[in-house]
Design a protein around this ligand. Structure first.
Ligand code: NAP
Ligand code: GDD
Length: 344
């Protein structure tokens, strides 16, 4: 059988790099779309470039989701079997600062790829995966599944909702095998340092290594359904292997607060945290010594935040036979282990 080719946008990101590792092991050739940047942005995929065997399976292209001519040309010259659209301005808080750019990359970027598939008449050949998100649910019923109404609460979530419906519409209107993976938060050692999970594991590691005394966070009470990115990229591939295209929630089914994440990270270095005070005065202290390790800084508050995301992934478990393999405790331990190694 000829080898399958997969085009991945956002290949330099957390999920893009884990998906590349996963698909290369499955025998795929990867067309990796990366942005030009003024400094190196390929840290997460350098292990592929540097491995002679693996690098043969990886073809890099410069590309940007905001440039339709570029998207069209890459798809025209590579005609991939599968496209995974993981590229995005993915930071929710930042999307309030750059709403128009977020919409251009996240909403219109998705449209540009689907239009390219249509214009190039690749409907019968190319399957399309859209990186949708639990953020599209906003503050709504708990747990959330594929039938839960959407109430997005950020420019990021609104852009992703446009992309969600565009994917559904191109599936229905043009018979493209196009799916939305509605993934809940997923993390790992390669997570970007400004997302709360990695910010916490890095800061706790720095406290352990005596490089800092405390760190600041925003909304301590938000709850998220945190899973492992490595587990979640498998679901993307499974969705494109299904008989018929459909949209799937991918989640663990358990949610924990930001505070609980902090406690779990400190537990890894044998420190118990207790919380004192309220609102902006709330602090996280070392139960034994009284040292203050966590403070609140309103700079991290969002104009509108989502209180709790907890997913019901029974459809994916039933139809795709997918399930998460990593517990919350194992995830935090894996991230702490990696950051303690990195921060010497
Ligand atoms: P990430 O680490 O922030 O990676 C985003 C990737 O998109 C990076 O490779 C980035 O390139 C690239 N990118 C940004 N703007 C672009 C543009 N205009 N054109 C082309 N590429 C662009 O995000 P992630 O955590 O891997 O998430 C992957 C996708 O899943 C995103 O679409 C995200 O919104 C979605 N998602 C993530 C989660 C999660 O919990 N991780 C949950 C649900 C959905 P640079 O490296 O050059 O910045
Ligand atoms: N980033 C950040 N930094 N978040 C903080 C902080 C802080 O200092 N303090 C508290 N939080 C709270 C946020 O207000 C939010 O409620 C929660 O921690 C999680 O924030 P992030 O880690 O930034 O993730 P997110 O849930 O907003 O978005 C991530 O998950 C989405 C899926 O639900 C991103 O990966 C999105 O791209 C993804 O779609």
């Amino acid at each position: 059988m000829p080898r399958k080719t997969a085009l991945i946008t956002g290949v330099t990101g957390q999920d893009g790099s884990y998906l590349t590792d996963f698909l290369i092991k499955k025998g795929y050739k990867i067309i990796g779309v990366k942005r030009r940047s003024s400094s190196f942005n390929t840290k997460r995929i350098d292990h592929i470039y540097n491995d002679i065997k693996q690098s043969k399976n990886f073809i890099p292209y410069y590309g940007d989701l905001t440039d339709s001519s570029n998207i069209l040309r890459i798809i025209q010259s590579t005609k991939p079997d599968e496209i995974y659209n993981l590229g995005a301005q993915s930071h929710v808080h930042t999307s309030f600062e750059i709403p128009e750019y977020s919409a251009n990359a996240d909403a219109l970027g998705t449209l540009r790829i689907l239009e390219a598939i249509r214009v190039l008449k690749l409907q019968k050949k190319t399957k399309f995966y859209q990186a949708s998100t639990s953020e599209i649910f906003g503050n709504t019923e708990i747990p959330q599944n594929e039938r839960t109404p959407f109430r997005p609460r950020s420019p990021y979530a609104i852009s992703k909702l446009y992309a969600y419906w565009t994917t559904v519409n191109y599936r229905e209107a043009y018979d493209i095998f196009a799916v939305n993976g509605i993934l809940f938060n997923h993390e790992g050692p390669r997570r970007g340092e400004t997302f709360v999970s990695r910010k916490i594991t890095r800061a706790v590691s720095e406290i352990y290594r005596k490089k800092r005394k405390f760190f600041t966070l925003g909304n301590l009470n938000a709850k998220r359904d945190w899973g492992s990115a490595k587990d979640y990229v498998e679901s993307m591939w499974l969705m494109l292997k299904a008989k018929t295209p459909s949209d799937y929630v991918i989640s663990t089914g358990k949610s924990y607060s930001v505070k609980k994440f902090v406690e779990e990270a400190f537990k890894y270095i044998n420190i118990k945290i207790s919380w004192k005070g309220k609102g902006l005065k709330e602090i996280g202290v070392n139960k034994k010594t009284g040292e203050v390790y966590v403070r609140v800084d309103p700079v991290y508050f969002r104009p509108t935040d989502v209180d709790e995301l907890r997913g019901d992934s029974s459809k994916a478990r039933r139809e795709l036979k997918w399930r998460p393999k990593t517990t919350f405790q194992e995830l935090v331990s894996e991230m702490m282990k990696s950051d303690l190694k990195e921060i010497k």
